[in-house]
Structures are given as C-alpha cells and as structure tokens.
Design a protein around this ligand. Structure first.
Ligand SMILES: [Zn+2]
Length: 153
C-alpha cells in the first residue's frame, strides 16, 4: 500500500503515468512519453523531465499488483513473465522487498567485485529465469562495460 500511496497515486494524479490494462489481477500502467505542459508549473515540469530521464534505459518496473511500462515497452510475454516475478516477490516479502532489493544490490556492489549490482541481484536472476531469459552474465557481457557494476546512476 505504501508503494501505491507514495509512488503510483501521486504519479497518476500528476498524469506522469496512466492506467492501461489489467492482467491476472495485476494493473498495468504506462509512463506518459510527452505530457502537455500548459499550466504545468516550471518546477513540476522539471520533476517530470527528471522522472522521464530515469526511464531512459529501462523497459518496465514492478510493485505489488502492478507493473509500470516505459513509453516504448510492449507488454510481451517475456516482459510480462519477468515483471510478474517481481510482483510475486513484492507480495511474498511485503514492505521488506524494496529494502532487500536495494541492500542486495548495494552488497554486491560493495563486496563482490566480480558481480553486477543489477544483473546478479537475487530478484533479477529469478525474474530472468521465470521469463526464459539469460540468467548468467560474464563481466564481458555487462551492458556498460566491466568497470560499471552499478546500474542506476
Ligand atoms: Zn527485473
């Protein structure tokens, strides 16, 4: 509920995201690619641009009973299975999930120099396995090179 109250509801009210469809009890939201900016305060427009910029390299994200898609991401079977696995993790671990996710990534980044903070995250490995995607990645296959193990900024 915190995820819905503090993340989805404000973004919906601001029209940064909109509800698109339902699938098996999961609400699918879509990030607005271009928001009409008339009447939008400059500071709010800057928040919107910041939010859109965060989505640059991402296709989708998941929370409890919800998936948010980037403006260009299709809800393919693979995307659905991957994100649904994250949804299930959120339901299984509840409010602990974002902390578990973040701390595992931070742990990998700080203490496991041959691991990738995103690709080797427990929830990502599980989600890729559930979607039939490649699970194991070598350093040479890391998306931003061998020296970039942190995926978020
Ligand atoms: Zn994922």
């Amino acid at each position: 509920m915190m995820y819905w109250g503090l993340y989805l509801a404000p973004l919906m009210m601001l029209k940064f995201i909109q509800w698109e469809s339902d699938r098996e009890g999961v609400h699918i939201f879509r990030v607005n690619a271009a928001l009409s900016t008339w009447r939008m305060q400059r500071w709010l427009h800057n928040v919107y641009l910041w939010y859109i910029a965060r989505w640059k390299d991402w296709g989708a994200s998941a929370g409890p009973y919800c998936i948010t898609l980037s403006p260009t991401q299709q809800l393919t079977e693979r995307t659905w299975l991957h994100e649904k696995s994250h949804c299930d993790d959120c339901l299984k671990y509840g409010w602990l999930m974002p902390f578990m996710y973040f701390f595992h990534s931070a742990w990998l980044w700080l203490f496991c120099k041959d691991k990738h903070s995103y690709l080797d995250n427990f929830s990502e490995r599980k989600a890729r396995a559930a979607a039939g995607q490649k699970v194991d990645f070598t350093k040479e296959e890391w998306p931003h090179g061998e020296d970039d193990r942190w995926a978020w900024w």
